[in-house]
Design a protein around this ligand. Sequence first.
Ligand code: MN3
Length: 196
Amino acid sequence: MSLHLPELPFAKDSLAPHMSADTFDYHHGKHHNAYVVKGNELLADAGIEGTDLEQLVHDTAKIGGALFNNVGQHYNHSFFWNSLSPNGGGAPTGDIAARIDADFGSLDEFKAQFVAGGVSQFGSGWVWLVERDGKLAIEKSANAETPLTSGAKPLVVCDVWEHAYYLDFQNRRPDFLASYIDNLVNWDFANANLAA
Ligand code: MN3
């Protein structure tokens, strides 16, 4: 088995009301698990083994199709759980705070651009804070795609597939994205990725 469903790095009821235990039962327990199960089937069919997830993302991106979609979704979801924290949101600290001020002008401007990026992703996908070419940037990706495969360093991500927010926010994707920045985003994870 190359892919393993990670434990959530927090209690599944600890992000409510911003993200409910019901959402995690479906999103982590069913959606993410399905990508892991299917991804392992397709990796076995393709004769690909390996446990380094970033390497598997790079390798399967060259192949594409259902194989990449399942491996990419496993990577994206694992990154998303780590991008959330019961103590998240609010003003960042450390290097990421200074870099946001330098590259976006202010936390408010960063938030506005992040929400706009997630809202403008048509259909299913993701909105990311990345470091690319030495600058912080907001990038969106469709379906299972990730900026990792085009040379950026992902810092945090928010899932904008409807399954990420429909139980808690119904169709209000803009409110979900604002709540992510205000209440959930894990700045410690962003700082750790920035420093890596
Ligand atoms: Mn999802």
